[in-house]
Design a protein around this ligand. Structure first.
Ligand code: SAH
Length: 348
């Protein structure tokens, strides 16, 4: 049995097999991987691509992750915070455009205390009862996760970044730990969140064998959302001279993940579009099923720089939804404005 058939049947491979599939130059096998991933997406999602509105509400961050433009040591980063009113304004505009999920993303900024976050979450949910809120604000206490959930948050994105602890320590300062990150993910899941995890493809010092560890961790966690995308260097970080991640690796991983977790939600992240003009389309064809246009107000959007070349494409902007719609239609996919919650597989 070839590796793709085996992966589709078992939804898992051994570490060596994963590495072989990542490295194979067998064009037939590669084509089969993408064909199978597309078939599974068509079967489970009927080629619907869910729309999520990204609100980058703060560029302040107390962490110092070596790869990220928001890191506190970056003296060149332009810092801003949106007020609650500005965040609600983003939701209002988004709602009118058809968005039914708002992703609140930012640095780890404790200006937004647990109570302040609860107030924002609760206010959004009061005004837009039929919308889902996704948080992407890094690590907080278990109690904070519970408060946010009770206030109305539905989903939480927290990439594990890498499942190898040595690699983790080469991407983060010594104060950060992979164990804490993983523990947060299990806690979030336990609380009832639709949890998203993932990693950067092609981050510095990453080895092919680490992909297998990442995939094994994701399989074990069994998250609702898997968010992987290429690393892109930021010129104001210690990784400024590193190379960006590879489109091919990212697409293979997306297709592998689609076969491992056939029901997972998977964004075709903006980083894909920043890496390649058709990156997003390729991501969808590899099995991704979410797009995340930007609802952040235009006057501050230029300042949110995790990586360079960000938000360079037109369809990144929520205003240009029609363009995105046409793009999806051309590919045989349908941009879908449903809330698009994770629906776990029911065992017959
Ligand atoms: N502070 C929050 C969320 C914001 S960063 C958190 O830590 O979860 C969201 C994601 O952007 C990170 O998890 C990281 O994987 C990604 N990211 C950061 N810098 C990047 C870069 N230079 N290239 C690509 N992705 C990057």
């Amino acid at each position: 049995m070839d590796l793709v058939t085996k992966l589709a049947a078992n939804r898992m491979l051994t570490s060596d097999e994963f590495q072989n599939l990542m490295l194979t130059e067998d064009a037939t096998l590669r084509a089969k991987l993408f064909r199978f991933a597309q078939q599974v997406t068509a079967l489970n999602f009927h080629n619907k691509v869910y729309l999520r509105g990204l609100i980058e509400f703060t560029t302040h961050c107390q962490r110092d992750c070596f790869y990220c433009g928001l890191r506190c040591s970056n003296k060149h980063a332009e810092r801003y915070r949106l007020t609650k009113e500005q965040i609600l304004e983003c939701c209002k505009e988004g709602y009118a455009l058809g968005f039914r999920t708002f992703i609140l993303q930012g640095g780890e900024d404790h200006f937004f205390t647990d109570n302040v976050m609860c107030d924002i979450i609760y206010s959004i949910k009061t005004l837009y009862k039929d919308c889902a809120i996704t948080l992407s604000i890094g690590e907080r206490s278990l109690n904070a996760y519970k408060m946010f959930y009770d206030a109305g948050a539905n989903r939480y994105l927290l990439r594990h970044e890498t499942a190898d602890s040595l690699h983790y320590s080469r991407l983060h300062p010594p104060s950060d730990s992979l164990e804490t990150r993983k523990e947060s993910l299990y806690n979030l899941k336990e609380l009832g969140y639709q949890v998203g995890t993932g990693f950067m493809v092609g981050s510095p010092y990453q080895l092919t064998e680490y992909f297998a560890d990442d995939l094994a961790f994701i399989k074990k966690l069994n998250p609702a959302i898997v968010d992987i995308a290429p690393f892109i260097p930021n010129k104001d970080t210690p990784f400024r001279h590193q190379s960006p991640g590879s489109l091919e690796d990212t697409l293979r991983l997306l297709a592998i993940l689609r076969l491992m977790l056939p029901h997972a939600l998977m964004p075709a992240a903006a980083t894909l579009a920043a890496l390649h003009p058709n990156g997003r389309q390729h991501g969808i064809l590899a099995g991704a099923n979410e797009v995340t246009p930007n609802l952040t107000p235009a006057n501050v959007r230029r300042k949110y720089f995790l990586y360079n070349n960000q938000a360079s494409t037109q369809e990144e902007k929520a205003e240009n939804l029609r363009f995105l719609n046409a793009q999806m239609k051309n590919m045989g996919y349908e941009l879908c404005i449903d809330r698009g919650d994770y629906v776990p597989e029911t065992t017959p």
